[in-house]
Design a protein around this ligand. Sequence first.
Ligand code: ZN
Length: 185
Amino acid sequence: MSILDIRVLGDPVLRKPTKRVTEITDELKQLIADMFETMYAAEGIGLAAPQVGRAERLAVVDVDGAKFTLINPQVVTRDGLDEKAEEGCLSIPDIYGDVERRGTVTIRATDENGVEYEATGQELLGRCFQHEIDHLDGKLFIDYLSPLKRKAAMAKWEKAKAEYPGFIRKVRTEVKGEHHHETEM
Ligand code: ZN
């Protein structure tokens, strides 16, 4: 397994819709394993293929041990009330914002063995499912912020992005626990 570079805001790959996976090859399985390793190294709870520069409709999630491989995921239903909570993104380091999403979401996806499943997530898991599926449609959490909050976030990012030449974030495993947000995905 290997830790992949994470693409950050500004890389066009993050805005491109992904392509459905038609076959689960050994190469795809390797990518899934590498994405889990990268997500854990970066201390995230979710990671979508465009975040590592790939075009597959694929994401990985681990929220408090609830671990999922999402191949070709889609939202089946959204239920419950709208809930506002903080989100961050591994592709927009150190920028956080409150995002309103439906409290409960049921998704349908295929796992790494080719088995189709449905899963329902509430609170952080439901939020993570929605955040990752958004990534696969070229959408980012900052798109949901109010114009004023988005402007403030972008001003902060303008300064921060100099740390990521070529829109590449090298995941540094030696600084685990540097930040305390558990909402990066
Ligand atoms: Zn993200």
